[in-house]
Ligand binder design. Structure first.
Ligand code: FPP
Length: 227
């Protein structure tokens, strides 16, 4: 059976879900989406997964209306405040990838506090991608190498990325019907199995998550070699 350590998700479709349900505001979809994040984190932890990486805010999401950006920042802050007990009760470590320096100070502090409180846990690591873009991450890594005055190989470059201590992505899921990677984990997903589902993120259940894992288990992964 395929070894499974890391699942990464592009949580798309919140705005469409809100519209579909007759809500006038897209943010209702983000609010509902945050509930799926909670459920899936508990579920992934119970399944013994090592890493669950969730695309919460991309470097491109700053193009959204100011009110939506501000809502998402506050939602992440509230989520981390409310879910600290979930992390503590479930042996879940909290991590982030992305350039945090552009986030509101209060959110940066909340993130730092949550990381500190959960740093010793060795169960699931929930990784939130916040102000994350793979191109931005790669450029920052290249500049780190230049500053060190060193040339790089695959291993040493790996160590300069935001995901330095995190295993490669085994499964990459995108909800919401589109089939693109949207600047997500371009290096880390080099050999990921890709799953695209029409299900909108707020409708994405733990059963649908398990169905994808079942399908993953039946795939022959060759990593460019032969079996
Ligand atoms: C994409 O849906 C979703 C986002 C840009 C934000 C993801 C945020 C959440 C799931 C909730 C908050 C997360 C945490 C960790 C608290 P979209 O709005 O682009 O949907 P659309 O394609 O239907 O417009």
């Amino acid at each position: 059976m395929n070894e499974l350590k890391h699942i990464a998700i592009i949580m798309d479709g919140n705005g469409r879900w809100a519209k579909q349900q007759g809500f006038l505001k897209r943010i209702v979809g983000h609010e509902e989406g945050a509930k799926r994040v909670r459920e899936l984190t508990i579920h992934a932890s119970n399944r013994g997964l090592k890493y669950l990486t969730l695309y919460a805010f991309s470097t491109e999401n700053w193009k959204r209306p100011e009110a939506e950006i501000s809502f998402l920042m506050k939602l992440m802050d509230r989520y981390l405040k409310n879910e600290l007990s979930l992390f503590l009760d479930n042996n879940v470590r909290f991590e982030t990838i992305g350039d945090l320096s552009k986030l509101p100070d209060s959110l940066q502090e909340r993130i730092a506090y949550t990381k500190e409180k959960t740093a010793h846990f060795d169960g699931l690591t929930q990784v939130l991608a916040v102000n994350y873009g793979a191109k931005d991450e790669i450029i920052r890594a290249v500049n780190k190498a230049i500053a060190l005055g060193e040339s790089v190989n695959e291993d040493s470059f790996d160590a300069l990325l935001d995901t330095k201590a995190i295993d490669p992505v085994d499964i990459l899921i995108r909800t919401g019907g589109d089939k693109r990677l949207s600047n997500y984990l371009l290096w880390q997903a080099a050999y990921s199995e890709l799953f695209f589902t029409d299900t909108l993120w707020p409708d994405f259940t733990t059963e649908k998550f398990d169905d994808i894992i079942k399908e993953f288990e039946s795939i022959e992964r060759r990593f460019g070699g032969v079996k």
